[in-house]
Design a protein around this ligand. Structure first.
Ligand SMILES: *Cc1c(COP(=O)(O)O)cnc(C)c1O
Length: 381
């Protein structure tokens, strides 16, 4: 089955009770046993639910994984994966990551004796130099948030396999439409399904994709033991979103390319970050390992905070809001919003400046979006 078909037909469909074409929402906490010690496949919704199972089977298939687990939020998925580690373990994380993941590493996991080194993973020597005897996990985001840096997955997976270190990739930005981390030898994939997979900004959710029976066993155990699984109705919304994922991603990208090119030509802009631009430092690697460049474009205004604020206030179609991946375009200010929990020193080191603006390019007509940006950028607007 090709991707588009798998997005619509994976898992038990139609429903094997009444043949419902749309996956039924099993809105129940518990399931009646047939007899002592005998269930019909499910006993309690924290442990398993037929609606959520269809979503999990669909995500596993689209990512080419062994199994998938749908979680309450993206952070729930990330937290669960970190519980594969134990006190004394060390993580190497790429430098500019989602602010919430950074906060979890720095302020929560540190309390449990797990250390994290933030490293620019652009070259092999820097990665190898960061490896310690207790390094157990390499944490990746590509394209990264919010600067859209690209990591060479073939390189990282080769180093990790040699040293027997587990690799985890947060594939929220690219989605499985544009990037298939498992095909590069990545061990675990996580998602905030809140973003592109759901695609409509009406739910929060997360997912973990595993690649071996052992990992599936361990992650499945943790999801149930920690109680992070997703509610049936939320799982159903994500499932419905996924059915149109490939079409949405194509349009997000088309609009993003047009906007990145447009922004490049505008006065008052210092730098445009989009891996689809030939001058982006990760462009060649992105071309090699992805089938599209995604729907997020960041740009830095000349001047500082005041200039970025002026543009953000001037936008009419782009809503001033965190998050990304929905049908409606959003604009945000990483320093005060998505990356406020990152230390100022860390932000400065990786290049997240006061005048940086991140766009989540939606599915509106390209011309309306560029016109909105044009009027907001106009000096004195
Ligand atoms: C939003 C996001 C998360 C966190 O997901 P939630 O669903 O908000 O908990 C993690 N990683 C990335 C890349 C994100 O964009």
């Amino acid at each position: 089955m090709e991707f588009e078909t798998a997005a619509i037909h994976s898992g038990v469909r139609p429903d094997n009770c009444y043949g419902a074409l749309s996956v039924p929402i099993y809105q129940t906490s518990t399931f009646v046993f047939e007899d002592i010690g005998k269930t019909r496949g499910y006993d309690y919704t924290r442990s398993g639910n037929p609606t959520r199972k269809v979503l999990e089977d669909t995500i596993a298939r689209l990512e080419g994984g062994h199994a998938a687990f749908a979680c309450a939020t993206g952070m729930a998925a990330i937290t669960t994966v970190l519980h594969l580690l134990k006190a004394g373990d060390h993580i190497i994380s790429c430098d500019d990551i989602y602010g919430g993941t950074y906060r979890l590493f720095r302020s929560v996991m540190s309390r449990f004796g797990i250390e994290v080194s933030f490293v620019c993973l652009r070259n092999r020597a820097d990665l190898e130099a960061a490896i310690r005897p207790n390094t157990r996990m390499i944490w990746l985001e590509t394209p990264s948030n919010p600067l859209l840096n690209i990591t060479d997955l073939e390189m990282v997976a080769a180093v990790a396999k040699e040293r027997k270190i587990m690799t985890v990739l947060d594939n929220t930005f690219a989605s499985p439409v544009f990037l298939q981390p498992v095909s590069f030898g990545i061990d675990l994939v996580v998602h905030s399904t809140t973003k592109y997979l759901n695609g409509h900004c009406d739910v929060v959710g997360g997912a973990i994709v595993t690649t071996t029976p052992e990992l599936s066993q361990e992650v499945g155990f943790l999801v149930n033991a920690m109680g992070v699984s997703q509610a049936p109705f939320d799982a159903w919304l994500v499932l419905r979103g996924i059915e149109t994922l490939h079409i949405r991603m194509a349009q997000h990208e088309k609009n993003s390319i047009a906007i990145a090119r447009f922004l490049k030509e505008q006065p008052g802009i210092r730098k445009v970050y989009y891996p689809g631009l030939p001058e982006h430092p990760g462009h060649e690697i992105a071309r090699r390992q992805m089938t599209g460049f995604g729907g997020v474009v960041s740009f830095e205004m000349e001047g500082g905070f005041e200039e970025a604020s002026r543009v953000l206030r001037g936008l009419r179609l782009f809503a001033l809001a965190e998050s990304l991946g929905g049908v409606a375009s959003l604009a945000e200010h990483p320093v005060t919003m998505s990356h406020a929990s990152m230390s100022a020193e860390h932000r400065q080191r990786v290049g997240i400046t006061d005048s940086l603006i991140r766009l989540s390019v939606g599915l509106e007509h390209t011309d309306d979006l560029t016109a909105d940006l044009a009027q907001a950028l106009q000096p004195g607007a």
